[in-house]
Design a protein around this ligand. Structure first.
Ligand SMILES: [Zn+2]
Length: 397
């Protein structure tokens, strides 16, 4: 009996490599249509007798997929992953990034092998066993698009799952690469773009005009000061590195035409990576209040002085799963790893958590490999991902 299970596992692990080589052959860069890969996955589901549901975008050129395997009862688990990947332009790839390459060094190379088609391959490779098993609790797949450009599809996908099924799934496991270590916390991220409209003029008249650059500089320093104030107020979460919310300006553009001309326009992009106890909306509200003050101060000199801030990258919420929730022992059992951790990268986990599912991140591969040239997944990690699926099937049978 043990031998049979062992053989089935080996077969599924081999299958995972085959499926992964298919999945990486669809480039699907974030923002692009994912229809070809979605169709391939849907065909695979159909061949295995699984009904699925699409969640298309408005233009109809992208879609998420979700499905249920097992009975329509409460308490199931959602296995979630994204179908898109990041670009390869400007990266020194040694092999074709869209061909899964085995260099016999224990690693499989391709864009998305690690982040995160490896996890999708583990789900799909274990599907025949999920179907065969007499599941008492259901397993759901939830495969999104446009994760890499701001986790755009996950909120709608999570809501769609809630309304499609009459029963209530309880857990969500986001298979981002974590070396199969359970992740219970994730920082949130949001990026804003701020535009400053000042008045132009000869540089000698700087005290009469409102320089957009000077005012933008004040705003950027206010943001840094805000971060420092948060730290000084003790808003610290030692689980993260750094253990505080970070605020930073990374792009400053359109700043003047000549040294002797006062610049009337400046804009800059800034990101805010919040620990779970902080709220990006509150930081933004405080920033905007400061902007209004600055406008009032300067409008006596130049009535058209304006500061406008817009969203540049969707507000991806943090994840903070309390350790007393039952998803924690579940993921420890399934992964075989007790130690919990947190990550600084953005993922769909906070969105699934906000939708009401007990959520953790846990998946094969190392995030250090993600988004780089010569991305790879260790075969051992992929094998562990399939073992994880087998433990889940056993647990739910
Ligand atoms: Zn990812």
């Amino acid at each position: 009996m043990t031998e049979t299970v062992e053989m089935t596992l080996k077969k599924s692990q081999k299958k995972a490599v085959e499926i992964l080589s298919k999945l990486v052959s669809f480039p699907v860069l974030g923002g692009q249509s994912n229809i070809p890969i979605a169709e391939w996955i849907e065909k695979y589901l159909t061949e295995h007798g699984v009904e699925f549901t699409n969640v298309p975008n408005e233009e109809g050129n992208k879609r998420s997929i979700h499905c249920r395997i097992g009975p329509a009862v409460d308490g199931g688990v959602i296995l979630s992953g994204h179908q898109d990947v990041v670009p390869v332009e400007g990266q020194a790839w040694v092999t074709d990034p869209f061909v899964l390459t085995d260099k016999n060094d224990g690693k499989l190379y391709a864009r998305g092998s690690c982040d995160m088609k490896g996890f999708l391959a583990c789900c799909l490779a274990a599907l025949p066993e999920m179907k065969k098993a007499d599941l008492k609790k259901p397993i759901y797949f939830a495969f999104s698009y446009d994760e890499e450009i701001g986790c755009l599809a996950a909120p709608e996908l999570a809501e769609h799952i809630k309304t499609t099924y009459s029963e209530k799934p309880k857990y969500a496991i986001i298979g981002e690469p974590s070396m199969m270590q359970p992740v219970v916390g994730q920082k949130g991220i949001v990026v804003y773009k701020t535009h400053v409209n000042g008045s132009a003029g000869h540089s000698s008249g700087i005290r009469k005009e409102v320089s957009a650059i000077n005012e933008a500089a004040r705003l950027i320093l206010w943001l840094e000061d805000k971060m420092n104030r948060l730290v000084a107020e003790g808003r610290i979460d030692e689980r993260f590195s750094p253990p505080h919310t970070s605020i930073h300006c990374g792009i400053f553009e359109r700043s003047g035409i000549a040294p002797n001309v006062i610049s009337d326009k400046a804009s800059f992009n800034w990101d805010c990576r919040v620990i779970p106890m902080d709220k990006s909306t509150e930081i933004l509200a405080e920033f905007k209040a400061y902007c209004r003050d600055l406008e009032k101060c300067n409008q006596s000199k130049f009535l058209g002085f304006k500061i406008k801030t817009e969203l540049d990258h969707s507000d991806v919420p943090p994840l903070d799963t309390p350790e007393h929730l039952s998803v924690v022992p579940l993921i420890q059992e399934l992964s075989g790893m007790q130690e919990l951790t947190t990550v600084a990268y953005a993922a769909e986990a906070g969105q699934f958590s906000n939708a009401g599912f007990e959520t953790v991140i846990c998946g094969p591969g190392d995030i250090a490999q993600a988004h780089r040239a010569n991305e790879f997944i260790e075969k051992d990690q992929l094998n562990k991902g399939v073992e994880f699926m087998f433990r889940l099937i056993k647990k739910f049978s």
